[in-house]
Design a protein around this ligand. Structure first.
Ligand code: GLC
Length: 730
């Protein structure tokens, strides 16, 4: 027998020996007592009433829990030990949205690999990551955990994270099971309010929200987590179409499906179920294998089986999925972790990886008159200010349960180090938190700025303002940070702003006051050195936006791969509210898709990011110009570094399917390559595109590629590029 067949026979053999209570025990995932093992927990494990535990991180405690499970219970089934290792464990990497801005799958895989090693060294064997919800609404706090708005980029980067977490051998001591979440469509929560209703037509679900999960399944993700959200009236955690018909039948997925925290019990709150017994039935029948936190399965599944409403075969199928992950993790062979199998946490190479990821995650959004990079000689006359210039905790971002703030390198520390540690760097925090609305620190800030040549401001959102349940109805800079910018701008000195935030911010009110702007997201442990190296030109910014920046909150949702509508806004038809003549006839006002009071384009588009050099795109070639279904096409362009500095550029490939059985987006990312060029150097970037990569779900929910005309672009963002054309002929 091969390993897979061996595992299946072991599963069968084990299930044949299990009582109904032991079976339901495997479907139960409880939260830990965080460092304690109360008698009730010990007894539950010995009785086989628990299949896994989350939020325990102490090695000794995890070891004892595994010992009880494997040496004191009747069947000796080891435990799953889960934790949200979202963007690091002790060494904290940029938040996932920041990692996405690197457009660097290799770097992201390395970050996940390091995170897995640090977490696995404690006995954790399962992470609830990557989150791959397509996020088009930056009011939603969890956009911070996402990989942005694009299905293709999200799929590529999520697969890289999965490879990093799971390694090449899931049973290796330093591999942990990954978890594709939240299945599915959570990012479409109405009004960007977390846990809110999502109304996603199946065609949109299949063409936008599901592709990253399919990429995760293709990458071998060990588990999938159901979303809290209600999808068209049936919450994901009870959605048989999603969990059985698509995930199991269409995709042939054989991993573990776990509910989100208490999500089965919340089916009552949703109004889908009248009580916990019904909730247990709906979730089990839909195909949720393991129940996180709530205990409706333990309480009610034996009843359902006794009443014949659920068959023992159905229960066995759920149990098999849990056991299969445990076998694949090698837990039956080796449930224990030996610290000596692992490198020290937060070692120099791990911190270097965190630095490189932070460096490549930061996006240069504006640089008027090349005010950046600064030279070291300017540091003594630079005014460094803001609540996020020297806050080792806030720079870590959301979901950093186990991060070690003591490891943090802040921008102020790094800039001081660049001055050989002299403390003469002019600095003022100005405000205690990013939320405060007092002008207390303004006078001091203005005074310091008056004595300085240039102003460097670290602003944005403290970490609590992003992440789960942390949604904002107004995504401008919080507190009175805008006011601070306006006050300092009056001094007429170059104003450089570094924003740390867990989302795009609406910067319309201040962008014209800012000379240079770096978007640093929440860059993690090594924020300081990464930001300082970019500010001082030791490296050039290379990040590109994985998500659109709206001008104002009211533009949301605004994203690049939108449909064209029957009346797209154009420069010719757009009329600003100030241009409306008094008494203008109603019919002449544009009559296309835009808001009167703000331009219809975003402030910064998906894929955008500047550098300290310039790249010239020339000579687009599309070959051949016609292909048949099943064939491929080659698109290439020449890119030259026309500036004075070596730098990296993320070259992007977009297509547009002009006519489809359903309306198609005006652009879709289909490839990207990161190149590095010396000044004056040029290279040809080539993309090969198969007709299958142009497939989409049509109005009958059939995945098709249709003959027809296409536009194709190679460019430096979703808003620019050299355009070519090709056709797929019957
Ligand atoms: C949370 C989140 C989920 C997380 C889980 C365990 O509510 O929705 O992403 O993995 O609970 O912490």
């Amino acid at each position: 027998m091969n390993r897979s067949q061996h595992i299946e026979s072991k599963i069968r053999e084990l299930i044949d020996h299990m009582s109904i209570d032991e079976k339901v025990g495997q479907l139960t995932l409880i939260t830990s007592a965080e460092g304690q093992i109360p008698d009730s927990l010990r007894e539950d494990i010995i009785a086989g009433r628990i299949g896994g535990i989350l939020n325990e991180t102490q090695r000794e405690v995890i070891h004892e829990l595994q010992r009880i499970a494997t040496e004191e219970s009747r069947l000796g089934i080891p435990l799953l030990v889960g934790r949200d290792v979202i963007h690091g464990f002790k060494t904290i990497f940029p938040i996932p949205l920041g990692q996405a801005a690197t457009w660097n799958p290799t770097l992201i895989e390395q970050a996940a690999r390091i995170s897995a090693q640090e977490a696995a060294s404690t006995g954790i064997n399962w992470t609830f990551a990557p989150m791959m919800d397509i996020a088009r609404d930056p009011r939603w706090g969890r956009i911070a955990e996402s990989l942005g708005e694009d299905p293709y980029l999200t799929g590529v980067l999520a697969a890289a994270m999965i490879r990093g977490f799971q390694g090449t051998d899931l049973s290796a001591p330093d591999s942990i099971a990954a978890c594709a979440k939240h299945f599915a469509g959570y990012g479409a929560s109405e009004s960007g309010r977390d846990y809110n209703t999502t109304n996603i037509p199946e065609n949109e679900l299949r063409n936008v929200y599901l592709p990253p999960f399919k990429a995760a399944v293709n990458a071998g993700v060990a588990s999938v987590m159901t979303s809290f959200s209600d999808i068209d009236g049936v919450p994901a955690t009870a959605n048989e179409k999603l969990l059985r018909h698509i995930l199991r039948d269409e995709w042939q997925y054989d991993g573990l499906v776990v509910s989100d925290w208490d999500a089965i019990y919340q089916l009552i709150e949703h109004g889908l179920c009248a009580n916990s017994k019904e909730a247990a039935y709906e979730a089990a029948n839909a195909g949720v294998d393991m129940e996180m936190f709530s205990q409706t399965y333990r309480e009610h599944l034996p009843e359902w089986v006794a009443e014949g409403k659920l068959s023992m075969a159905q229960i066995d199928a759920l149990v098999a999925n849990v056991l299969r992950m445990k076998f694949r993790l090698g837990l039956f062979d080796q449930p224990y972790t030996r610290a000596e199998d692992f490198p020290p946490v937060a070692n120099a190479s791990f911190r270097q990886a965190a630095y490189q990821t932070a460096l490549e995650s930061i996006v240069l959004l504006k640089n008027e008159n090349h005010v950046l990079p600064l030279s070291k000689t300017e540091l003594p006359t630079l005014a460094v200010m803001g609540p996020l210039a020297d806050d080792g905790y806030e720079q870590l971002g959301t979901w950093i349960f186990d991060g070690d703030t003591a490891l943090s390198q802040t921008p102020l520390q790094a800039l001081r180090a660049a001055m050989n540690g002299e403390n003469s760097l002019r600095y003022a925090r100005v405000m205690e938190t990013t939320r405060q609305n007092t002008r207390e620190g303004f006078a001091g800030a203005i005074q310091l700025a008056k004595q300085s040549e240039k102003i460097l401001l670290f602003l944005g959102e403290e970490s609590i303002l992003s992440g789960e349940a942390h949604c904002r109805a107004d995504i401008r800079l919080p507190g009175n940070q805008e006011e601070l910018i306006h006050e300092l701008a009056k001094l007429g000195k170059p104003l450089i702003v570094v924003i740390m935030a867990g989302r795009p911010l609406a910067l319309q009110n201040v962008i014209d006051k800012i000379d240079a702007l770096l978007m640093a997201w929440h860059p993690g442990t090594m924020a300081g050195t990464a930001i300082a190296d970019l500010l001082l030109g030791n490296a050039a910014p290379s990040g590109k936006l994985p998500v659109t920046f709206p001008r104002v909150t009211g533009q949301i949702p605004i994203y690049y791969n939108q449909k064209n509508t029957g009346r797209p806004a154009t420069p010719e038809t757009y009329i600003h509210i100030d241009e409306i003549e008094r008494g203008a006839p109603q019919v002449s006002l544009g009559n296309t898709s835009y808001h009167f009071d703000v331009h219809y384009t975003p402030l910064f588009p998906f894929g955008f990011g500047l550098s300290y050099t310039q790249f010239e795109y020339r000579h687009l070639q599309v070959n051949p110009s016609e292909i048949k279904l099943g064939e491929s096409i080659t698109i290439r362009a020449n890119i030259r570094n026309t500036g004075e500095r070596e730098a990296a550029e993320i070259v992007q490939l977009y297509v547009r399917d002009l006519v489809g059985n359903v309306t198609r987006p005006v652009k879709e990312l289909k490839g990207f390559q990161k190149i590095r060029l010396q000044p004056g150097e040029q290279t040809t970037v080539t993309f090969n595109l198969s007709t299958d990569e142009l497939a989409f779900y049509n109005r009958n929910m059939v995945r098709v590629t249709e003959p027809g005309d296409f536009h194709v672009w190679i460019g430096s963002s979703s808003a620019t590029g050299l355009r070519g054309e090709f056709a797929i002929i019957p």
